[in-house]
Design a binder for this molecule. Structure first.
Ligand SMILES: NC(=O)c1ccc[n+]([C@@H]2O[C@H](COP(=O)([O-])OP(=O)(O)OC[C@H]3O[C@@H](n4cnc5c(N)ncnc54)[C@H](O)[C@@H]3O)[C@@H](O)[C@H]2O)c1
Length: 363
């Protein structure tokens, strides 16, 4: 009997629909080759949803996401919606999905593909073989803390407020995810905080250290976020798993992504709830949207993570990484990872190349 899965597909804005179309090609190939039944339900999210319904995360979209086994998201946002009230901005859809689905753990691998070593801005010997997993807390911290907002004071001046909040249970559960992930990798966790300045992250350090008592096979170290930003550029291969807060993780994982050549290469998985959400880490890239030049590999590799964490087909995620490596070895490149002597292809053609290689490997 074939395995059945419900997948909610949220293409979103900008290049979101372009890269998701290529990722869906991959889902369909695996469905056919592995005799699965994938029920794909597409729904609007972000700016597209605001235009259609007046809200970036309509009730109907949230409900289909809640019922799905997995959610695949492109990207949301763009200049068209930048003047909207914060509560209606496309990015609120992301926060709404993460918090409503209980997705507190964001896994962001930064792994370099050998053919792209030259595409990194760092020297080849610094990045060759790089394989870091950033585990970012996703539903707490300063992005959600109250009070927040901008207020006008009695003298007419204005004051902006955001609040960094973490409870010990929120810290403990993300630390456990990081230690569990490390157990299947290099058994090394670096917890990143700013415990010398922020009391909240002092608690973070304390709770991560306590949680580590149950994971004595894992080596734990602590690092301040400013040092981590520096070490990621100086000697990134010292890291295996980095666990950190929502905002620090947002910034550090983007930095780690550039070590691998392009933000267009990096997938992510958000776990912790009944189901999980998968998305490339890049945004909607309005500067290149609609031109068929976006790199679809981050979205395609996100589907790889979906097979691993939600669809019980870890072998497919391994095969997909091999296929991407092979296509890069053959010299195919989208503009963001293009180097001298390589063959430039668009988003659709890159998706087709991966699809063809995958079909060959799965036959
Ligand atoms: N998860 C998300 O949906 C998400 C994440 C980040 C930003 N955003 C939103 O996206 C919009 C643009 O944000 P930004 O410019 O800061 O970040 P971005 O990631 O969209 O783009 C940053 C740069 O990287 C390039 N880039 C991104 N993805 C690429 C790809 N797949 N292939 C080739 N090049 C790629 C872009 O062209 C741009 O030059 C904003 O509205 C922002 O709020 C959404």
């Amino acid at each position: 009997m074939s395995q059945e899965f419900n997948i909610t597909v949220l293409p979103g804005d900008g290049i979101g629909p372009e890269v998701i179309r290529e990722a869906v090609k991959i889902l369909r190939i695996v469905e056919a080759k592995k005799n699965l039944k994938l029920h794909l339900t597409e729904a609007p999210a972000g700016g597209a949803a605001y235009d259609a319904t007046g809200h970036p995360l309509p009730e109907a979209t949230l409900n289909t996401a809640k019922e799905a086994d997995a959610v695949l998201l492109g990207a949301v946002g763009g200049p068209k919606w930048e003047t909207l009230d914060f509560a209606l901005r496309p990015e609120r859809a992301l926060l709404g999905l993460r918090s409503n689905l209980g997705l507190f753990a964001n896994l962001r691998p930064a792994k370099i593909f050998a053919p792209l070593v030259e595409a990194s801005t760092l020297k080849p010997d610094v990045v060759e073989g790089l394989d870091i997993m950033v585990v970012r807390e996703l539903t707490g911290g300063i992005y959600f803390g109250e009070p927040r907002g901008v207020e006008t004071l009695a003298d007419g001046s204005r004051r902006g407020i955001n609040t960094l909040v973490y409870t010990d249970s929120e810290i403990e559960r993300i630390a456990k995810v990081a230690f569990d992930v490390a157990r299947k990798r290099g058994k090394n966790v670096c917890s990143v905080d700013k415990a010398n300045v922020l009391e909240c992250t002092g608690l973070w350090r304390e709770v991560v250290t306590q949680t580590h008592e149950d994971y004595q096979d894992i080596t734990l170290s602590h690092m301040y976020v400013d040092n981590c930003a520096m070490q990621l550029v100086r000697n990134p291969k010292q890291f295996d798993v980095i666990v950190t807060t929502n905002m620090f993780g947002d910034i550090l994982s983007d930095q780690a992504s550039m070590l691998t050549g392009s933000i267009g290469m990096l997938p992510s998985a958000s776990l912790g709830g009944k189901n999980a959400m998968y998305e490339p880490i890049h945004g909607s890239a309005p500067d290149i949207a609609g031109k068929d030049i976006a790199n679809p590999l981050a979205a395609i590799l996100s589907v790889g993570m979906m097979f691993k964490y939600s669809l019980n087909l870890e072998d497919i995620s391994v095969v997909l990484e091999k296929v991407v490596d092979e296509v890069l070895k053959q010299g195919y490149r989208t503009g963001d990872i293009l180097s001298k002597g390589m063959k430039e292809v668009g988003c659709i053609a890159m998706g087709d190349r991966v699809a063809e290689e995958l079909e060959k490997r799965l036959s």
